[in-house]
Design a protein around this ligand. Structure first.
Ligand SMILES: Cc1cc2nc3c(=O)[nH]c(=O)nc-3n(C[C@H](O)[C@H](O)[C@H](O)COP(=O)(O)O)c2cc1C
Length: 198
């Protein structure tokens, strides 16, 4: 299933075709495939090349591990993410490795790595759906997250599907709803904040 963006300017197909599904088919996502996605994440740029990211991974092939990670999501996210082929949790190191100073861009850089991962997923016929709805304290204790690392988001990875009978009505509607964005004029400014470029 595809939900390409209706863009105002022509952009790369990978960007156009990336989206956040709530319906996935039954295929699992192999460790090999996940490692390819994470290799894409690895090559993201980062402030001082600090690479302030880490990813916890659970594939459907290991049911117990998948269930353990699923339990770290909010109930609303568990509803649909249980059908994904794999789950990940991203974490940020909040201080630079080279000097221990606070890294104000750690979250930014985890986001860049995550988008690299998401675009590589599209290239392989998959989609990656990020989630803020996580239980941060549960993640900390369940995965023995060391001090200085902050759980950022969960990411469901899988093959999107239009076969949605197993999902509640609201989620079925969400899967079919068209995608939208604010106009460029609302967030691209020149001269002063709020003054639109075009
Ligand atoms: C950091 C982040 C957190 C998100 N949290 C959730 C979430 O907890 N649950 C959910 O269903 N979607 C979540 N989303 C998905 C967004 O709702 C989605 O990206 C947005 O509606 C745009 O849709 P699109 O990705 O299909 O273009 C999150 C996305 C991001 C980037």
């Amino acid at each position: 299933m595809e939900k390409p963006a209706d863009t105002a300017f022509s952009v790369h197909e990978l960007i156009r075709r990336r989206w956040s599904p709530v319906g996935f088919d039954a295929r699992t996502v192999s460790t090999q495939t996940l490692l390819t996605l994470l290799e894409a994440a690895r090559w993201a740029p980062s402030s001082f090349n600090d690479q302030p990211w880490a990813f916890l991974v659970a594939t459907k092939e290991n049911e117990a591990e998948f269930r353990r990670m699923l339990d770290c999501l909010t109930p609303g996210n568990q509803l649909w993410a249980q059908h994904a082929g794999a789950l990940l949790i991203s974490l940020a190191r909040l201080h630079f490795a080279h000097n221990g100073q606070p890294n104000r861009h750690a979250m930014h850089d985890v986001g860049l790595a995550t988008e690299n991962l998401a675009l590589q997923a599209v290239a392989l016929g998959l989609q990656a759906h990020a989630m803020a709805g996580i239980d941060v304290e549960k993640i900390r204790s369940s995965y023995h997250v060391p001090e200085g690392w902050e759980p950022v988001a969960a990411i469901a990875v899988g093959y999107p599907s239009a076969e949605l009978a197993h999902l509640p009505e609201k989620l079925q509607q969400r899967q079919m709803r068209s995608r939208s964005r604010r106009a460029l004029s609302e967030f691209v400014f020149t001269g002063r904040f709020g003054e639109s470029l075009r």
